[in-house]
Design a protein. Structure first.
Length: 162
């Protein structure tokens, strides 16, 4: 299943939903992660907060392909997208293992195919390098086989990038 996390407005909802099995709108209508780690230990892959991101760990954890559409924030995900990703820590467990000769948390849902980031807005060359490195490291950490970053000149290119 392809999952798209995006920080776009409601005018893009139909396009996004047509391109994936599940869409997660980073619309700010949810609480930020409290860092309680309950989704790791007390109730695996489920947040105790009863909002739209309560089961985001399960949605993201079951994705074969994760596409993140985000505005550029100094070479990083937008605050709204970062908030969604923070709430998805339960896709892994508190236990550790080696992946790629490095220590990482054990995956709760197994391996995945593609971690793709689609970035819109003005992006400098240094910010592009930061995005590429971040996507690569996020992919390894979350068990994705590969990562890809696409930079859009304008949102008119979005459909082709998804």
């Amino acid at each position: 299943m392809k999952v798209i996390i995006h920080d776009l407005g409601p005018e893009y909802e139909a396009l996004i939903e047509a391109k994936c099995g599940r869409a997660v709108a980073a619309d700010g209508k949810y609480a930020p992660c409290r860092g309680c780690f309950g989704c790791w230990t007390k109730h695996p892959a489920e947040c105790f907060m009863k909002d739209s991101l309560r089961e985001v760990c399960r949605v993201i954890g079951r994705a074969d392909e994760l596409v993140i559409v985000t505005g550029n924030l100094y070479g990083a995900y937008s605050a709204a997208v970062k908030n969604v990703l923070d709430r998805s820590i339960g896709t892994s467990t508190p236990f550790s293992t080696y992946r790629g000769r490095q220590m990482h948390h054990t995956l709760r849902y197994g391996r995945h195919d593609l971690w793709k980031v689609v970035v819109y807005g003005d992006v400098s060359e240094a910010e592009k390098a930061t995005f590429r490195r971040t996507a690569e490291r996020n992919a390894v950490n979350d068990g994705y086989e590969r990562s890809e970053v696409v930079f859009l000149k304008d949102l008119g290119e979005l459909e082709a990038a998804l």
